[in-house]
Design a protein around this ligand. Structure first.
Ligand code: SF4
Length: 501
């Protein structure tokens, strides 16, 4: 074979169709599923189209949590079908194929959540890749791969595989770390267990290897997620696995301690107030993981909590006080539902009193709405819509005042801030204004810190952790100036050119 013959195989060959569009809807847990599918697409040589015009087929990762999310998912499927005619639906709504087919009978395939292999099977059927002995030898480098070499997608541990996505949909400096899927609870307003099934925890080693690789690649903040993070490992009886030749239990306390040793920020989401969480708060007090807990409490009236069938409900205020004794820096985020069926004015007052007493740092609230198939739909005594809205406004007024008071306490302090983005306008020199977050702010949902870079203008990069003096505050955000730019020194060797900052 001459060189020309060889080249001809590439030049004259008609282009096969291999561009896949991807729409990712829903929560951070769904985002992790999207990352896994995108990683596998890249590994198998598919290209990711960034608009419908370029896409040969589209995958829609759907959300089915509440009625507006279902509608958004159905609309996205319709739009993708109109544009390309070939759509694979996956994710939570995919667990209810009849709902999708009723509105969109022409979708090519439907899978449930966590179904990377099924999705890939359908992609291969719709867009078969031509086998070419020359090009197939060349790996496709995933975004973020260093020097053209992709990290292995699967890595053996003593208990099965770790599936560590190398395609990330978050910026490099933070990543969601999913430690379990599904849920063993039966909250009456929620259909997640019906959609995603019972809890299935990953081995601690699998989670830790994924975290290690992320930190080695420049990730500075690990956001731990699952449906019920405090219940991690229950389903596998806290099974031991081996991480760096050491046994480690699939238990939240052990996992948090090990993650904390890597030197990145470790943030805990969806933690219920079980007794063992106290040990995790001790790790926060010792500076091992971030002093931050996202604890979805939903209500404070025992009657309403019973009707909601909430896990960990009980002496919530005592638990929060105890946590704060152990770790005074602790920032608590929570979400609540107002206007749950049967909620009286006195139940609502109980919730407001709890809010005043607990002085939670970050609070979100939603008016109750029926979710198809949820058990709560059968409860009597619905709260009229206007009363729900009026209670929501009263609730948010109290929450906003407390948030403003707590943020005002931070004025004058110097604190570490992780930089998420630049905020320059045309009058500024590049890199003069920045937006970041304190240790008490989770990406995407909490407040932000608006900063002047001062003498560090032009030197700070996205993902740097700087020291800043807080000069002002409002209801949700802080304002200040950078005073130092310390080196970042994780306990994980850094890959390639990443280091220092
Ligand atoms: S803990 Fe309750 S609200 Fe959360 S996923 Fe499980 S059933 Fe749903």
């Amino acid at each position: 074979m001459t060189v020309l013959d060889f080249t001809d195989q590439f030049v004259s060959k008609p282009q096969h169709k291999n561009k896949v569009g991807f729409i990712s809807l829903g929560c951070p847990k769904a985002l992790v599923d999207s990352e896994r599918i995108l990683t596998q697409l890249r590994v198998e040589g598919y290209q990711i189209a960034d608009n419908y015009g370029d896409a040969d087929t589209v995958i829609v990762n759907t959300c089915g949590f509440i009625t507006p999310a279902v509608e958004e998912s159905l609309a996205a499927i319709g739009e993708a079908l109109d544009a390309t005619g070939k759509v694979i639906v996956t994710g939570c709504l995919g667990e209810r194929p009849e709902k999708i087919l009723e509105r969109h009978p022409k979708v090519a395939a439907i899978t449930g959540s966590e179904a990377v292999d099924d999705v890939m099977r359908h992609v291969r059927e719709l867009l078969p890749m031509e086998q070419n002995p020359f090009t197939d030898l060349l790996p496709t480098a995933a975004p973020g791969a260093r020097n053209g070499v992709s990290a292995p997608v699967r890595e053996a541990t003593s208990h099965g595989d770790v599936f560590a996505p190398s395609v990330k949909l978050t910026p490099r400096h933070f990543a969601y770390l999913k430690i379990a899927e599904g849920c063993n609870h039966t909250c009456s307003f929620c259909i997640i267990p019906k959609l995603r099934g019972k809890q299935v925890s990953r081995d601690a080693a699998a989670v830790l290897y994924e975290a290690y690789r992320l930190v080695a690649g420049g990730t500075k903040e690990l956001v731990v997620i699952s449906q019920d993070t405090s219940a991690y490992g229950v389903d596998i009886r806290y099974r031991e696995s081996e991480f760096q030749e050491q046994p480690v239990r699939a238990h939240l306390t052990d996992l948090a301690a090990k993650l904390g040793e890597m030197g990145a920020w470790v943030r805990m989401h969806y933690v219920y107030p079980y007794p063992h969480v106290e040990k995790v708060v001790e790790l926060m007090a010792a500076g091992k993981i971030l002093p931050y807990l996202d604890v979805p409490l939903q209500h404070a009236s025992p009657k309403i909590l019973r009707a909601m069938r909430r896990p960990g409900a009980g002496k919530q205020l005592d638990t929060i006080r105890r946590w704060r004794e152990i770790c005074p820096e602790l920032v608590i985020r929570s979400t609540f539902i107002v206007g749950f069926p049967g909620e009286t004015e006195s139940d609502f007052q109980e919730l407001l009193t709890f809010l005043e007493d607990a002085r939670l740092d970050r609070v979100g609230a939603f008016p109750y709405s029926d979710v198809e198939e949820a058990d709560a739909n059968a409860l009597g005594n619905p709260v009229p819509e206007d009363i729900k809205q009026e209670r929501l406004a009263r609730f948010m007024e109290v929450a906003q005042r407390i948030s403003a008071e707590k943020l005002a306490e931070k004025v004058g302090r110097v604190m570490p801030i992780i930089i998420d983005e630049f905020n320059d306008d045309e009058d500024d020199a590049a890199g003069t204004r920045l937006i970041g977050r304190t240790k008490g702010d989770a990406p995407g949902i909490d407040g932000q810190v608006y900063l002047y870079a001062g003498e560090f203008a032009g030197q700070i990069k996205i993902g740097d952790i700087v020291e800043a003096r807080i000069e002002e505050s409002d209801e949700y955000d802080l304002f200040g100036e950078v005073v130092a730019r310390p080196a970042w020194l994780p306990n994980v060797p850094q890959m390639g050119h990443f280091g220092g900052h």
